[in-house]
Design a protein around this ligand. Structure first.
Ligand code: ADP
Ligand code: MG
Length: 561
């Protein structure tokens, strides 16, 4: 058998254009060819289970190998194989039409990086790194002839009788001069680790040497011998494909370690598992947040049917959860679209709110089941919760019951409702308006805090980087409540509660003591106040008027005033 033909595509010179398009990401050829090989093994398994194939399935596996001298990379599988007619249909028509379609879609796109997931062109991706591709294949069908196809990336192909004697397919790439970097064990291993680490069928890449017991030597000591074992690069059953009920905490922690070897243990995790109205599985971890959290962003890996796609999940995971780690796997996220299209995709929108809901539910469960444990983690969780409250109303609706406010007085944490109950008697003005007082720098503002405390007011600790936004958000959300920073002006104006302890000095004595301080300080910008004679409290406070203080700060900064 020998046949030549022309692949019917519209663009004669599609190859150089695509090459230019995807050049920066040409390593995905391996992802595409290995996933095709995996698909082929899964298809033959399905045919067997449907009773449409009765031969031996054998040990279903994909093998990647290379030959530095011949400059070839080969991807072999024992999947369903193809007949010559199938090659014509699936490779000449489908694979090449995929490439044409891609060009149609993206010929206007100025920047190929705009395209999510580094859309693979499937089989055609091979031509990014090879100037000739061969297929050697034998179909599972009874009496099938082995077939051989070769093509140099132009629209010309050649089909002849192949030499495979067992079911399956070899794809042989003749690596082009610019892509010789791929002819390296290290490089291929790296790409396989990135894209194929969790594929559902064993992927063999070379062998490893291991030691095996080998009887005893003359002195009766155990001997070992070197044995060659297949180097299987992947874990075919990663935890996100399993049911949560099959898994222990240890499994989740081990998987985390596998993904992020140098990280501290995560705080907790969420196992995602839905199949309607979209299909999504995954495990998301809450990491211990460090100060340099910009660095910890973009740690979620996106998979599609266990094939790694990207760790650029910005448009799929809500912005406030970008600090989470872990994996999500969904065949329903379109990968061959631009950013703006992705954001508008209805599945992506649903996935986004599903993740938000799952995170809120998990936090709520933790809070209800073990409040003490939750409070212990609050310094780490707080950032997510507050960020979520600021960015998503739907999240606030749930989070309002588990966001915590910390009092500087008793150092306890309160929910919004609890805090309202705690302070509502002392901190409500005549119009029923609640006043919450907070400090963002308890050491510097200590005098004001004590002064507010003395007037019966509690002072909240709000010193995380996100608290400024959080405070203004709370003010919009909480009814009839204002939040004020405890500076000199505010502390001054707080109305003293009736039952607060009165000064024991007479008015005349007070004036005398005040005068002593005023004379000693002798600066009009400072204000002296007698506070208390209680030995545990500050007897006198000397403060600078808030306006004067700011002026002074500005002057110090060279603010030109
Ligand atoms: P896709 O995988 O999205 O269908 P590809 O361009 O990657 O598109 O592949 C085109 C078709 O070629 C596949 O659908 C399959 O029918 C066939 N094919 C590719 N590789 C193999 C293989 N290793 N074994 C059997 N068939 C294959
Ligand atoms: Mg494919």
């Amino acid at each position: 058998m020998q046949e030549k033909g022309t692949i019917s595509i519209h663009t004669e010179n599609i190859f150089p254009i695509i090459k230019k398009f995807l050049y920066s990401d040409n390593e995905i050829f391996l992802r595409e060819l290995v996933s095709n090989a995996v698909d082929a093994t899964q298809k033959v398994k399905r045919l067997a289970s449907l009773g449409q194939y009765s031969g031996e399935l054998g040990n279903l596996q994909v093998e990647v190998s290379f030959d530095e001298k011949a400059k070839t990379i080969t991807i072999s599988d024992n999947g369903l194989g193809m007949t010559a007619d199938e090659i014509k249909k699936y490779i000449n028509q489908i694979a090449f039409s995929g490439a044409t379609e891609f060009m149609e879609k993206f010929k206007e796109a100025k920047d190929a990086n705009e395209i999510i997931g580094r859309f693979g062109l499937g089989f055609y991706s091979a031509f990014m790194v090879a100037d000739e591709v061969e297929i050697d294949t034998l179909s599972y069908q009874e009496g099938a002839e082995p077939a051989h196809w070769t093509c140099d990336g132009s629209t010309e192909f050649e089909i002849s009788t192949g030499k495979r004697t067992t079911r399956g397919t070899d794809i042989i790439l003749h690596i082009n001069a610019e892509s010789e970097e791929f002819l390296s064990k290290y490089k291929l291993q790296e790409i396989l680790d990135k894209y194929a680490k969790f594929l559902p069928v064993p992927i063999k890449f070379g062998t490893n040497t291991e030691q095996e017991p080998d009887g005893e030597d003359a002195d009766g000591k155990p001997k070992t011998k070197d044995v060659e074992v297949d180097n299987i690069i992947n874990d075919t059953n990663p935890i996100w494909t399993k049911q949560p009920s099959e898994l222990k905490d240890e499994d989740y922690l081990n998987f985390y370690k596998e993904l992020y070897p140098f990280s501290e243990e995560p705080l907790f995790w969420i196992h995602l598992n839905v199949d309607y109205p979209f299909n999504l599985t995954g495990v998301l971890y809450f990491p211990k947040v460090k100060n340099d959290f910009e660095f910890q962003k973009n740690k979620i890996k996106l998979f599609s049917r266990q094939v790694f796609i990207t760790d650029e999940v910005k448009d799929i995971v809500p912005e406030f959860l970008m600090l989470l780690h872990g994996v999500i796997d969904s065949p329903d996220i379109p990968l061959n679209v631009s950013r703006s299209f992705l954001q508008a995709d209805s599945n992506v929108k649903k996935i986004n709110s599903y993740i938000t809901k799952k995170v809120a539910d998990k936090l709520s469960d933790l809070f209800k089941a073990d409040r003490a444990g939750y409070e212990e983690k609050w310094s780490d969780i707080g950032l997510f919760v507050k960020y979520g409250i600021i960015s998503e109303d739907k999240f606030y609706d749930k989070a309002k019951d588990f966001v915590l406010l910390t009092s500087t007085q008793d150092k306890k944490n309160y929910t919004l409702d609890e805090y309202k109950d705690k302070v509502k008697d002392a901190q409500t003005d005549k119009d029923g308006q609640l006043v919450y007082i907070y400090t963002n720098d308890p050491a510097k503002q200590d005098a004001f805090i004590q002064s507010a405390n003395k007037k019966g007011y509690d002072v909240l600790l709000m010193n995380s980087p996100i608290d400024n936004h959080f405070i203004s958000h709370l003010e919009q959300k909480l009814e009839k409540t204002s939040l004020k920073r405890v500076d000199a002006d505010v502390a001054d104006k707080l109305i003293k509660k009736d039952d607060a302890p009165a000064h024991v000095l007479t008015e005349e004595q007070s004036t005398q003591v005040k005068t002593i301080f005023d004379t000693a300080i002798n600066k009009p910008a400072y204000k002296v106040e007698l506070e208390s004679l209680n030995p545990d409290e500050l007897p006198v406070t000397v403060t600078m008027d808030e306006f004067m203080r700011r002026m002074k700060d500005m002057a110090a900064m060279g603010g030109g005033m």
